[in-house]
Ligand binder design. Structure first.
Ligand code: ATP
Ligand code: MG
Length: 586
């Protein structure tokens, strides 16, 4: 799968696809009444892990809305936490956003703005809106109060502007030890909203930063850096998840009190250095997170799976990171379809994983060519064909779409069929191969089982049958009906392949729920990865890495991005053709 073909292909045509959720409603109204000339959004991940399926919702909203309304979206790495962040994740995030089909206007880092944040803090001090506090972290917590009790004023709250300016400049110069001083906003210790009880703006941390090195011994807090980054970039609609709802008053407080648009002295140097900036007053709007059943959508827990070796890495196909889903064969179109279907609201909910799988099936049904593969092989010998018989059959690549064309499939006297397509003692209603029974070999004709060969342990090792030559294509008996049709791979021509059969990583719908006393890692599904040795028709083996197919009757599969080679094929099962979990859960 190349990135180009993923790009910009809406799951529905733009004419019919016009979501009207509350965020788009706000955006539409703002544009209609001329509040903004254009829509500007940003996607602001912290580079402390790879993106997961939850982030896809934020990406589709931030980039999607900007695109729909003719605006732009920045990719901004929120790198205010040195030490926890890694350049590897930055590259991964860029890759994943592009894979989903989006391109950013500017790539920014919160750390690009450290000087602006610093100047803005000096301005807040000068205006009497911020002070340096010497309370320890523990004292700060204690002074903050609780949900039911107001906070108390710090004894350092009334320091003079001059003293505060001096102390803060010395914090910046590296004169004080980590944690010994904090710059705080002077707002309201009695506020019912704890976020407004003189929150920290800067803390001292002598840690090397991946972008700014040792230039800064102080680092800004998220609430402060985030809203000012938005304002500086001229973001009009700052979309985020519901847990930030209570932070919005603080967001607005910083934006209003720093007032970047009217204070170019705070950011003029950025323009001179070549940064495009047009500061504005952004509006924060919250929406509900995407939660999926049978999944984890927390970077911390995903990191734990990787670090404890419970999976094979961030891109393990069992992971619901975007890289994992990609390696598993999930499509950008299927992921975008899920996000469109779910819509946007402020209602928190857990989405059934089956809905996600169905979106991916829907996308793959239309986009994946068909091939034949056998993953649990049993040999079928067609005894009425001459030894050495072989021929080439023409198969259509897609039953519903002629534009996929046709391919040549070699056929010979011995073929592989699925072990479970044969039953010596068939259950009631079994319409595949059984002793003295008939079945259609897909594209070949009708075969009758005449004889079973068994190994020393009594297991069936071969099935012998005869092909009704009158039932072959073009012959008078070709229309004769039998109940079952099975797929096959010519034993002489088949290419041996590793087939990785993946399934859901957790075997319960809500692994996060630890109320039963079990840890979430106890719910890892040991059956989520099985590797079998199967056979592919030659045209499947020739796949390019990331090429996706429907293997007939088995499911959707993808040639592994990293391990697949035409002479040593490796395919991952993306999803079965039908939901196999509903039955078990129901
Ligand atoms: P995590 O809790 O997994 O660490 P996070 O929210 O800390 O996630 P960020 O890197 O800060 O991760 O997220 C970047 C953006 O993606 C934020 O705007 C955040 O609101 C959004 N986001 C994160 N998780 C989800 C989710 N499950 N559904 C929708 N949006 C999400
Ligand atoms: Mg976060």
């Amino acid at each position: 799968m190349s990135i180009e073909s993923a790009a910009a292909k809406p799951a529905e045509s733009p004419e019919t696809y016009a979501p009207r959720d509350f965020i788009r409603q706000i955006v539409r109204e703002d544009l209609t009444r001329g509040k903004h000339a254009a829509i500007r959004t940003r996607f602001p991940p912290e580079p402390n892990g790879y993106l997961h399926i939850g982030h896809a919702k934020a990406i589709c909203l931030d980039f999607g809305i900007a695109r729909e309304f003719g605006g732009w979206c920045n990719l901004r790495l929120d790198d205010t936490n040195p030490g926890k962040e890694d350049p590897e994740f930055v590259e991964g995030i860029k890759d994943d956003v592009r894979w989903l089909g989006y391109e950013w206007h500017d790539l920014r880092h919160a750390s690009d703005y450290f000087e602006v944040f610093y100047r803005a803090a000096l301005k807040l001090i000068e205006d009497g809106h911020a002070y340096v506090d010497d309370l320890t972290a523990e004292q700060l917590r204690e002074y903050r109060g609780t949900l039911t009790e107001p906070g108390r004023h710090s004894p350092f709250r009334d320091r003079s502007v001059e003293e505060n300016l001096d102390l803060f400049r010395r914090m910046r110069a590296g004169e004080f030890a980590d944690g010994s001083k904090t710059l705080r906003a002077r707002i309201d210790m009695g506020s019912g909203n704890i976020n407004l009880r003189d929150p920290a703006i800067y803390r001292i941390r002598k840690v090397t930063h991946q972008n700014t090195g040792d230039a800064w011994p102080i680092y800004p807090m998220y609430d402060y850096a985030h809203c000012l980054s938005d304002a500086l970039e001229g973001i009009t609609h700052s979309l985020c998840t519901l847990e930030f709802e209570d932070h919005r008053p603080l967001y607005d407080w910083f934006v209003d009190n720093v007032d970047l648009p009217n204070h170019p002295e705070l950011w003029q140097h950025m323009r001179e250095a070549g940064f495009r900036t047009e500061p504005a007053k952004p509006r924060q709007i919250e929406f509900s997170r995407l939660n999926l059943s049978y999944s984890i959508t927390s970077k911390r827990k995903l990191a734990q799976l990787v670090n404890e070796g419970l999976v094979d890495g961030w891109d393990d196909p069992r992971m619901n990171t975007l890289r994992g889903l990609r390696r598993r064969g999930f499509t950008p179109g299927g992921i975008r379809l899920l996000i469109e279907r779910l819509g946007v609201s402020k209602q928190n909910s857990v989405i059934d994983y089956a809905i996600f799988e169905n979106c991916v099936r829907e996308d793959l049904d239309a986009s994946a060519a068909r091939r034949m593969a056998v993953i649990d092989p049993l040999k079928l010998v067609i005894t009425n064909l001459p030894e050495g018989h072989e021929e080439t059959l023409s198969f259509s690549n897609h039953p519903k779409d002629e534009s996929f064309g046709t391919r040549q499939v070699p056929f010979s006297r011995e073929v592989w069929i699925e072990r479970d397509d044969f039953a010596e003692v068939p259950p009631k209603g079994f319409h595949r191969l059984k002793p003295d029974g008939e079945v259609r070999l897909r594209g070949v004709g009708i075969v009758k089982c005449e004889h079973i060969v068994k190994g020393a342990d009594g297991s069936v090792t071969e099935v012998h049958g005869t092909l009704d030559l009158e039932s072959r294509s073009g012959m008078p008996g070709a229309e004769r009906k039998v109940k079952g049709t099975i797929h096959w791979v010519s034993a002489k021509h088949g290419v041996a392949a590793d087939i990785r059969l993946y399934d859901r990583l957790f075997n319960v719908a809500t692994p996060d729920d630890e109320s039963d006393g079990k840890r979430w890692t106890d719910h890892i599904n040991p059956e989520a990865k099985r590797i079998v040795r199967g056979w592919l028709e030659p045209a499947a083996a020739q796949a390019a890495p990331e090429q996706r197919y429907q293997f007939e009757r088995l499911g959707y599969f993808v040639a592994d991005r990293l391990d697949h080679r035409a002479d040593a094929p490796v395919f991952n099962r993306t999803v079965t053709l039908r939901d196999t979990w509903a039955r078990q859960a129901g």
